[in-house]
Design a protein around this ligand. Structure first.
Ligand code: ZN
Length: 84
């Protein structure tokens, strides 16, 4: 037999676990320090070839690499080069 207490306990557990899942999936408003994806990390498979090119950020010729996605990345400051 299902008692009202058991039903209430079950509802409490479901709502608590649901709130826990929502809190985990919710984006952290103050988590800006560990934001991922702002600086593209260079994997070996992404770099097709390397060449010297003018870096608009450092205002000098640096080693750039051509990415598989079609962009160009400065190897010194990791900013997109002229060709991006
Ligand atoms: Zn650079």
């Amino acid at each position: 037999m299902i008692t009202p207490l058991a039903v209430g306990t079950c509802c409490l557990i479901v709502s608590l676990s649901g709130a826990f899942l929502i809190a985990r999936a919710w984006p952290q408003p103050s988590g800006g320090q560990h934001r991922r994806g702002t600086r593209p990390m260079l994997r070996p498979v992404e770099a097709l070839d390397q060449f010297e090119d003018w870096c608009p950020v450092e205002h000098r010729r640096t080693l750039h690499t051509r990415l598989r996605s079609g962009g160009v990345l400065c190897m010194d400051c990791r900013n997109p080069g002229r060709g991006a």
